[in-house]
Write a protein that binds this ligand. Structure first.
Ligand code: HEC
Ligand code: HEC
Ligand code: HEC
Ligand code: HEC
Length: 207
């Protein structure tokens, strides 16, 4: 420090300098951490990851029509049904972006479905279509070593639980060729019969 400058800097000014430098540090930290959190938030991890901790839900989900919903896009499958809604039953729809949006998981998003060749695990309506992208909560907030996590914390990290009717209606809506304008989606009945079997959780996770 230059001796001739010293007397001119008062105590008040020093506080100002410290506050200014701290503010910059906080702004940089928020930017860096915020960015990191955002990147992981949108990451899909695939149903195998969920199945490793939830084998019962995974086994019963695998038997549902939604788990197998990619297969109906193939040529020669569901011929009568396709003819009825004027789709070409001999056409292969497995690379048609219009259909992939609802018949795969996380289409076009980080870690989500790209193509049946590169991301076969993300074909069909998998766990994360209803429960949200797992990269930010599975094995992060939701951990085997800390099974008493709070739902509110997991939700903050991206978990969707319980999935509401609005989540289903992202796909169960009249944009589907098989759904008429008079379509009514009965959430209560569909959850019971079409998702996966529901098991009593061991711990209370609050709301
Ligand atoms: C490392 C283990 C682990 C992984 C991986 C994991 N979970 Fe969990 N999950 C748990 C535990 C532990 C619980 C609490 C179980 C209990 O209370 O019986 C839980 C609870 C849940 C709940 C209920 C939440 C609540 O607040 O009550 C849902 C829904 C869920 N998991 C979905 C998923 C999905 C979807 C994935 C994949 C993206 C996944 N989990 C991956 C360990 C895991
Ligand atoms: C907006 C979402 C959405 C889009 C887009 C979509 N589907 Fe579907 N599809 C659904 C839903 C939801 C169902 C199940 C309807 C039900 O039973 O409620 C379904 C059912 C089907 C079925 C089974 C019908 C049956 O009766 O068994 C076939 C086949 C099918 N879709 C093919 C296609 C093809 C081919 C395309 C692209 C041209 C397409 N879908 C685009 C959401 C969609
Ligand atoms: C990512 C899109 C998507 C989401 C989200 C979604 N579904 Fe589906 N669902 C489909 C498609 C596609 C089919 C058709 C599967 C087939 O027939 O091959 C289907 C089929 C079904 C079926 C079987 C139809 C039948 O008549 O047996 C039920 C039940 C169902 N969905 C319930 C739900 C419920 C409940 C939710 C919300 C908790 C939900 N779905 C969320 C895309 C979705
Ligand atoms: C079509 C939507 C849908 C899909 C796909 C789905 N879930 Fe769920 N899940 C639900 C609904 C709805 C509930 C019940 C919420 C409630 O109790 O109100 C639920 C509840 C759960 C629970 C809480 C305990 C229980 O059994 O109810 C766990 C854990 C869970 N799901 C894990 C999974 C895993 C793992 C997968 C993939 C293998 C998966 N889910 C796929 C809709 C779905």
């Amino acid at each position: 420090m230059n001796e001739s400058l010293k007397p001119h800097i008062s105590g008040k000014m020093w506080i100002g300098v410290i506050v200014f430098v701290s503010a910059i540090c906080i702004a940089v930290a928020v930017f860096v951490l915020g960015k990191h959190e955002h990147a992981s938030e949108a990451k899909y991890v695939g149903p195998k990851k969920c199945a490793s901790c939830h084998p019962q839900q995974a086994a019963s989900w695998a038997e549902t029509r939604m788990a197998k919903s990619f297969e109906v896009l193939r040529a020669g499958i569901k011929v009568k049904e396709k003819e009825m809604v004027k789709l070409d039953p001999n056409r292969d729809y497995t690379h048609d972006p219009l259909c992939l949006r609802c018949h795969t998981t996380g289409y076009g998003l980080v870690g989500g479905f790209e193509s049946i060749e590169t991301t076969p695990e993300m074909a069909g309506v998998t766990c994360e279509s209803c429960h949200g992208h797992g990269g930010s909560y599975a094995d992060v907030v939701m951990r085997a070593e800390k099974p008493t996590f709070q739902t509110a914390d997991a939700r903050k990290a991206g978990l969707v639980y319980p999935p509401t009717e609005a989540v289903c209606k992202e796909c169960h809506n009249p944009d589907s060729p098989f759904v008429g304008m008079d379509y009514k989606f009965d959430y209560g009945a569909r959850v019971k019969e079409g998702t996966h079997q529901h098991f009593q959780l061991k711990y209370d996770h609050g709301n």
